[in-house]
Design a protein around this ligand. Sequence first.
Ligand SMILES: C[S@@+](CC[C@H](N)C(=O)[O-])C[C@H]1O[C@@H](n2cnc3c(N)ncnc32)[C@H](O)[C@@H]1O
Length: 275
Amino acid sequence: MKHKISDKIQIEFGDCRKLIKGLNDESVALTITSPPYNLQKNYGTYKDDVSLEKWEELISDTGKEIYRVLKPNGSFFLNVSPIPDKKTKEIIPLDSIAYYLMKKQGFYLRNKIIWHFNNMQNCVNRLSGRWEAVLWFVKDIDNYVFNLEDIRVPYITKNDKRLEGGTGRNPTDVWNFDDPESDFWYFNRVNNMTKNKMGLTEHPCIYPLAMIERIIKMSSNIGDTVLDPFLGSGTTIVAAQKLDRKGIGFEMDSKFDEIIKKRLKQEAASKELFI
Ligand SMILES: C[S@@+](CC[C@H](N)C(=O)[O-])C[C@H]1O[C@@H](n2cnc3c(N)ncnc32)[C@H](O)[C@@H]1O
């Protein structure tokens, strides 16, 4: 089932490994995605409870196609996190595994961004997990889009005269503590309370729009095509539409169709308010 939402936005329901074959070589500037993590989340059609080998196969097959469809100067951002093994509760570093899988496809890692958040588990027998990784891969380590000027953040020492006329700091990939204005990638997870407020209760794992906006500004230009093969509730294409990029999304379960369209409509309406 293919939906052309507008001249710029297209969504398709089914297995992304098949759907992506319909995209031309080197036709996408930027891919951003968060695949299932094997955490037994309820995604409907997709059963989020497979062996590690099967998970690796899914990521590897998708990564191979992402490499093919990306432009030579394109980037691929993969949001993935360490997870506890279902039986032993050992921590499986999915981000490290994903790194090796993407290396085999030919990608180079540009940054491992730590996305920190506060609202998660409170463990009693190990340290509580408070971060996920966003792996930034490029096809060509010497040639990729990086619009640093578009994503600078305010200086910490605002009164330092030497900084006058400067355009702000590089938003680094490093630790920091609870300061939304900091250089740290501080975007709270979309927790249940926020989901209720936003009317987004239909999807169990939504990543923050602000985080995706930063990535799109940083690694693509106006008019470029942004792809998300594991679209979920549509965050990536909502951000793409907001920032005047083209968006393509694939999602296994068509029950998310309604929420994706609702979010795109809301975004379009809010844009009109500012014209
Ligand atoms: C972690 S969620 C993505 C959430 C998304 N980032 C958001 O903000 O809403 C992963 C999604 O991948 C979908 N999925 C799983 N396997 C898939 C496949 N082979 N092809 C397409 N979508 C798939 C699931 O249905 C689920 O909605």
